[in-house]
Design a protein around this ligand. Structure first.
Ligand code: FAD
Length: 392
């Protein structure tokens, strides 16, 4: 049985990033990936905050467009326009970026084993059973479950993860209709706390999608409605259809057990408000790498629990605010959403969102809205009190 210091299950962006960091530190690392090609099919809108450049390598060739701002649409199309006049986010070529991150890991010394689906793990001994005829086994000092939303690794010590469904089309409208530096987001109580998006790739092509607590048939109906309703999307040719799963953030998920840790979607490290997982996953990979290196160096897997502690310190407060925002959106009907948008517009919230808004951290914006009394004017009293208690 081949033995490694670290075996990472899943060559997604987070698994590859973690593997690269550990290989750079000199550990013997294997990545076990069930697919024969990394990064396909695309299951991402590819919109990521500018902070990605602080938490991972991102060469410009994988950036399709910088994003300066967005238009937020209410159910009756009250529009809040927010912009900072400079890049706040990027639209990525996710397929090529995932492949690049895997190559970086390989260049740093990690061994990538494609067609290596993992069937079962023994968390105490770090033994991994592969899903092949030979029933091959691999062992490792630390096993990392970075195997996405339906993680086999997580399921050995966590209940089945809950998730949202997502659908996305790549469309071509045949003429120049889009501003490439601006995205459009649409709220609709049928999909809340999810939302719909239009992310231009060029002046005539875009990713149009949504995520919600609904089945794929319902998602498709709502997505098609958007295509028919919006004049800028009308007559679009659908070039590709993608479906995917976004895990619900679970604050109670166990991230460490014996010799095993979880990372990325497998650890439900996604922002509750947007479902975005790249920045949280990359940040967590760095946090985890410190605990895993130390545990391997002194041969004591109990140190792995440091990962959970440091992860909680880094994200707990922000996630609490986002989970609250998420809950509130879920409870609002279309009339409430409409009222909220109109009030926000009247109260001059576009400037505040433009100034304090951040695709990755919403707590600063929510806090500012409190300070200015805006939250009290847009939400029923009980809800406002619940949110304000977060800062007490
Ligand atoms: C429609 C959609 C839109 C999204 N848009 C955005 C966005 O705009 N911005 C953003 O930040 N995030 C977005 N996300 C979320 C983002 O894609 C994920 O958070 C991210 O891919 C998580 O990376 P990961 O490496 O943890 O997992 P994954 O990317 O899911 O990779 C897991 C890997 O593990 C492999 N694997 C699974 N099971 C096994 C097994 N048993 N054995 C071996 N290998 C296995 C899989 O084949 C896969 O390669 C979106 C998600 C969806 C579905």
């Amino acid at each position: 049985m081949k033995n490694y210091d670290v075996a990472v299950v899943g060559a997604g962006p987070v698994g590859s990033t973690f593997a690269r960091i550990m290989a750079e530190k000199g550990f013997e690392v294997a990545i076990l990936e069930k697919k024969k090609e990394i990064g396909v099919p695309l299951q991402c809108a590819g919109l990521v905050g500018k902070r990605i450049k602080e938490v991972n390598v991102l060469p410009n060739e994988f950036i399709i467009n910088p994003v300066h701002g967005g238009f937020l649409h209410s159910p009756q199309d009250t529009v809040l326009s927010v912009s900072k006049g400079k890049p706040e986010a990027y639209v990525l070529d996710r397929v090529k970026y995932d492949q690049f991150l895997a190559h970086l890991a390989e260049d740093s010394g990690a061994e990538i084993l494609l067609n290596h689906g993992v069937e079962k793990i023994d968390s105490v001994n770090g033994v991994i059973n592969l899903k092949n005829k030979e029933k091959t086994k691999i062992s490792a000092g630390v096993v990392v479950g970075a195997d996405g939303h339906s993680s086999i690794v997580s399921s050995t010590f966590n209940p089945l993860a809950e998730s949202f469904q997502a659908a996305q089309y790549l469309i071509d409208v045949g003429e120049k209709r889009f501003q490439t530096n601006f995205v459009h987001l649409y709220v609709d109580s049928r999909v809340s706390p999810g939302f719909l998006w239009v992310i231009p790739l060029s002046e005539s092509t875009a990713r149009v999608g949504l995520f919600a607590d609904a089945n794929y048939q319902q998602l498709t109906i709502i997505l098609n409605e958007l295509l028919n309703k919006r004049s800028e999307l009308r007559g679009a040719t659908i070039l590709k259809k993608y479906y995917g799963v976004i895990p619900r953030h679970d604050p109670h998920k166990q991230l460490v057990k014996d010799r095993v840790i979880l990372l990325g979607d497998a650890a439900s490290q996604v922002k509750p408000t947007t479902g975005g997982g790249l920045i949280m996953g990359f940040t967590s990979a760095e946090i985890a790498s410190r605990a895993v290196s130390k545990a391997l160096e002194v041969d004591n897997v109990e140190i792995l629990t440091d990962y959970n502690k440091q992860y909680q310190e880094r994200f707990k407060k922000e996630l609490k605010v986002q989970l609250m925002v998420h809950k509130i959106f879920k409870s609002l009907n279309d009339d409430n959403l409409e009222y909220m948008f109109q009030k926000l517009k009247q109260e001059g919230a576009e400037d505040i969102i433009s100034h304090y808004g951040d695709i990755d951290t919403q707590s600063t914006l929510v806090k500012e809205m409190f300070k200015r009394g805006i939250i009290f004017s847009i939400l029923p009293k009980m809800l406002s009190w619940r949110i304000s208690s977060l800062w007490k």
